[in-house]
Design a protein around this ligand. Structure first.
Ligand code: GAL
Length: 683
């Protein structure tokens, strides 16, 4: 695997969001910042994210001198700057003078000035103002040697429902449906509840005080919101691409909490095509009271694998906390060891950075108690600062890892359209669809066994993988189904589950039963999906063992498939629950019900044996330890991470070198609670 550096820095980036604009009246604090940056072994700072009211305090009056000094000072200590465009929040004068920049919510209420991330993404005024500001930033700092990357806006998300946006939505629809209103009515199943439109002007965005039950409409609106956000972003980057074509661009993606699933507001698979480097903001609730540390680590790993796979290259951790946040239900500090462990996990999955929100704790407003590298005590002696410096020293030893990637034989397919449509579907259980969590249930079997996984989206070519796992793909276009068929015909192994292949890309059900191509490759067809109450249970027998089932059980009409497992109870007792079928040079498996983790563990162990898919390194350990790899041309960097509260005995079958301590390791090694080691194995 060759190296693709995501920035011109060619090193692991360490640092984070720096808001000197909050401290311009405190020159001694700004001077301390520079000293503390060196002491904390940090090297990269994202500046200007929310600085618009300082950069342009009055319309057309600009103040850049403070930013000149900050960037020069960071450069003076050999640091890098990630320069942000400030569109995430705007000055009050702008909202006052041009109210069209304010967002209108889904209930058609115009929002007041305040907060952030709440502009209208269609407003010509806001587009003009952001472009103007970005041009000035690019002209002034484009050639600054400290500038390594652009950070466009901040955490794009949400939607606006103003008249300008309604017009833009209608224009988008006209384009999509070739100006053919009948085609739109057909795709949206118009006559249902008399919802046929006779003029484009009758169409509005979905609303709690209006239309929300037309699923094709909801889906198209969500797609429009993604496209309109990208369009806004593309407008932002015009001067940046023009003036600084060699400086890469990112915008920070998110995860949804509390269950840490991929962010649902935007289809990042579309957004990824327009940015150079993926970056994301990760805020897992470590040490919470509803899941084990290993479970949470597995969820973080899943998003990392998804976001890395969006561009198939290393990504950046743009924000994280060195200690705690201020917006979880309970904001618990990272226990000793967790900061290094959780940081190394990001690097293990492909991050070339550990960046924080925030460098210095703000003095006032809502983030004054949010974790930061520098606390109100301004000290380099507290626990958090020391933890950060330790991560910094470790990253300095891992500079060779920057730019390396890894390959995988297993892919999971994750789809935003599917998530939206499945959530909308009024049916099954409205509470337990749990698409992303179902992905987790299957992914866990690979994570626990140290099998590298790519989490790809539907545009991705999947022909090179041995195994493609596609849980709960309720929405699947005919084209995608044909691609599944080719994949299997050419030797791939495909796993699908209950509630799959039921609707097309407009969220219209397939008529005449399950799509024929799926019936052909699976050698069976699903008949009924039984939805269970939360306390209901059934069981499934597989390979002489019995496994618990909850939530969903699909009965199957088996034609040529082999029955791998059967239901044990209820009116479908002894009927097929899991099947396999050989098709062309490949094979398919269908899992009819939501089964306990042990089933996935045993089932995938068999599949991996059959396909000769092996753990990424010859390191043996108990459950709760994770091993991930980054591959350089001459060696593998193996990350061994103890995500348990217990001491663990890890067995290295081959001799490796600890990159941090320089020790040679072979045989049994004891790992303390939360201990992590990065070892190098020559090829
Ligand atoms: C992020 C945001 C940051 C900061 C952080 C706090 O979502 O981008 O500006 O607010 O959360 O955790």
């Amino acid at each position: 695997m060759s190296k693709t550096f995501v920035t011109k820095a060619k090193q692991m980036l360490h640092g984070g969001d720096y808001n000197p604009d909050q401290w311009l009246d405190y020159p001694e604090i700004l001077a301390d910042d520079i000293k503390l940056m060196k002491l904390s072994h940090t090297n990269t700072f994202s500046v200007g994210i929310f600085a618009w009211s300082t950069l342009e305090p009055e319309e057309g009056v600009y103040h850049f001198e403070w930013l000149d000094k900050i960037i020069d000072d960071i450069h003076g200590i050999g640091g890098n700057v990630i320069l942000a465009t400030p569109s995430g929040a705007r000055p009050a004068w702008m909202s006052q003078k041009y109210p069209e920049v304010l967002r209108v919510n889904a209930s058609r209420v115009k929002q007041l000035h305040g907060a952030r991330h709440n502009h209208c993404f269609t407003s010509p005024v806001y587009r003009e103002k952001t472009q103007q500001m970005n041009r000035l930033l690019a002209e002034r700092y484009g050639n600054h040697p400290a500038l390594i990357m652009w950070h466009i806006s901040n955490e794009y998300g949400g939607a606006c429902h103003c008249d300008l946006c309604q017009d833009a939505f209608r224009t988008w629809l006209k384009e999509k449906y070739n100006h053919n209103l009948k085609a739109l009515n057909d795709a949206w199943w118009g006559p249902f509840w008399s919802h046929t439109f006779t003029d484009w002007s009758q169409i509005e965005s979905p609303s709690p005080i209006g239309e929300s039950k037309v699923h094709g409409h909801n889906l198209d609106w969500r797609r429009f919101v993604t496209d309109q956000t990208i369009d806004f972003y593309k407008n932002e980057i015009v001067p940046i691409r023009e003036l600084t074509p060699d400086i890469p661009i990112t915008t920070n993606f998110m995860g949804d909490t509390p269950d840490l699933i991929p962010f649902q507001g935007l289809d990042y698979s579309k957004f990824a095509k327009h940015i150079d480097v993926i970056s994301w903001d990760a805020y897992p609730a470590w040490h919470n009271d509803w899941e084990t540390t290993a479970d949470l680590a597995m969820k973080v790993a899943f998003i990392d694998d998804l976001y890395r796979s969006l561009k198939g290259q290393p990504f950046l951790l743009m924000e994280s906390t060195p200690s705690l946040v201020n917006w979880h239900k309970v904001n618990k500090a990272k226990r000793p060891g967790m900061h290094l462990l959780s940081s190394m996990q990001m690097v293990a999955h492909g991050s070339d950075s550990i960046l924080y929100f925030q460098w210095r704790k703000s003095r006032g407003s809502s983030e004054k108690f949010h974790g930061a590298v520098v606390d109100h005590d301004n000290s380099s002696e507290n626990r958090v600062f020391k933890d950060v410096a330790e991560v910094g020293r470790t990253l300095e030893k891992l500079s060779e890892v920057a730019g390396t990637n890894r390959s995988a034989e297993v892919a999971f397919l994750y789809d935003w359209d599917n998530h939206w449509a499945l959530q909308d579907a009024q049916g099954f259980s409205n509470e337990t669809k749990r698409y992303a969590q179902t992905m987790h249930q299957h992914y866990r079997a690979f994570w626990e066994n140290d099998i590298p996984v790519d989490v790809i989206t539907k545009e991705h070519d999947f022909s090179s993988y041995k195994l493609l796992v596609v849980p709960m793909l309720y929405l699947a276009s005919e084209d995608l189904i044909s691609r599944f068929k080719d994949f299997v015909k050419n030797g791939g192994t495909l796993v699908m589950t209950y509630i799959s292949g039921l609707v097309n890309e407009s969220d219209l059900t397939y008529l005449g039963g399950w799509p024929h191509e799926l019936q052909e490759i699976f050698g069976m067809k699903p008949l009924e999906t039984d939805t269970l109450y939360p306390a209901d249970r059934n069981r499934v027998s597989y390979n002489g063992k019995s496994y618990e089932l909850k939530d969903y059980a699909t009965t199957l009409d088996v034609a040529e498939a082999k029955v791998e497992a059967t239901y044990e109870e209820d009116y479908y007792a002894n009927t097929p629950a899991v099947t396999s079928h050989t098709y062309g040079a490949g094979k398919t498996y269908y899992i009819g019900g939501r089964l306990e983790d042990d089933f996935q563990r045993d089932f995938y162990e068999g599949v991996m044996k059959e396909l000769e898919i092996h753990p990424v390194a010859d390191v043996k350990h108990e459950r709760g330890v994770s091993v991930q790899v980054r591959q350089a041309p001459e060696c593998d960097y193996i990350f061994v991470m103890n995500f348990t509260e217990d001491e663990q005995h890890v067995h290295f079958e081959s001799q490796v070198t600890d990159v941090i301590t320089g020790e040679t390791l072979h045989g049994d090694v004891t790992f303390e609670k939360y201990e992590v080691r990065v070892v190098e194995k020559s090829k």
